[in-house]
Design a protein around this ligand. Structure first.
Ligand code: ZN
Length: 68
């Protein structure tokens, strides 16, 4: 399994492509069949299929909490 698929709420994602607002960092706000993320710069929210999101992620910064 790819570690990229192991997302937790509040993880910060750096995507390869800039949002039109200029933001690169997104927060994970919803986990499910689709992943919900919000742009940290402008607050825009999008839902993406896991597989689609995975191809766009450049870096994952884990939320500061312990998860099992
Ligand atoms: Zn934005």
């Amino acid at each position: 399994m790819s570690p990229l698929l192991l997302l937790n709420l509040d993880d910060k994602l750096t995507l390869k492509k800039k949002h039109p607002c200029g933001g690169l960092v997104w927060s994970v706000v919803r986990i499910g069949a689709d992943i919900g993320i919000t742009c940290d710069t402008c607050g825009h929210k999008v839902l993406l299929e896991r597989s689609k999101l995975e191809t766009r992620i450049k870096k994952i910064e884990r939320a500061q909490k312990t998860t099992v």
